[in-house]
Design a protein around this ligand. Sequence first.
Ligand code: NAI
Length: 258
Amino acid sequence: MATYLVTGAGSGIGAATVARLTRSGADVLGVDLTGADITADLSTPEGRAGAVAAASAAAGGRLAGVVCCAGVGPLATTASGSAMVSVNYFGTVDLLTGLRPALAAGDHAAAVVVSSSSTTTQPAIPADVVAACLAGDEPAAVRCGAAAGPVASYPATKLALAHWVRRSAGTPEWIGAGIRLNAVAPGMIDTPMTNGPDLDPELARALDFYPVPLGRRGQPDEIASVIEFLLGPGAALLCGSVIFADGGTDAHLRGTDW
Ligand code: NAI
């Protein structure tokens, strides 16, 4: 049976992805801070290394796919720019890099990164955070993220992820090893990240003014269905794609500006 690894498995989009893949008959290993098959704090190098070791062992060194959903949002009262950098960017890229041998051992393996439509809809994204992430310099990126604050750092980490996918997907290490690497960029999705109890009330209220032509927030399973597609044979030609699944926000705000 094919084994998949999903981070952020305990909530929101990650939990919906686990449910979908399990319904389809896959064996799914979840990673999260608590309550998952593998307990790991992806904000630290040790936590990421522990997750890689545990996942590789549990999957017998062979994974059909990895989905990186673990992330922290900018609206929580506890949010910090440094946590955005460490969890959202390095917690994704370091984990995927560590799991590349297990993916290369799988048949037609695929990895999906969760970016965000904030990458094209939010103004004034701090370029220094993006550059330090892409340079792989976590201490510098953490410093820049802390200075920029969580609201600005969030889209910066998600833009860095999208750029990392675009840069890496076509290389010998990824597609050359048979691994398709793609990203989904969700719009506003109804999860604890946007409707949880610990959000700054003013920032949370601002979401009511976020333009969504479809007229509603997305549901976690609507992103999980895109992720399942990206993992599967129907997406065989997709390599380095960033799929916006946002009810029309990116098209509405960015138009033909690309
Ligand atoms: P969520 O808050 O429901 O789930 C996030 C999960 O990540 C939680 O289970 C949490 O425990 C886990 N996590 C957080 N820090 C971690 C750490 N240090 N180590 C391991 N796990 C950790 O949020 P949601 O909405 O399901 O988010 C999933 C992904 O989708 C995130 O990367 C988020 O940035 C992204 N996203 C969400 C959007 C939304 O509107 N909800 C929009 C665009 C992107």
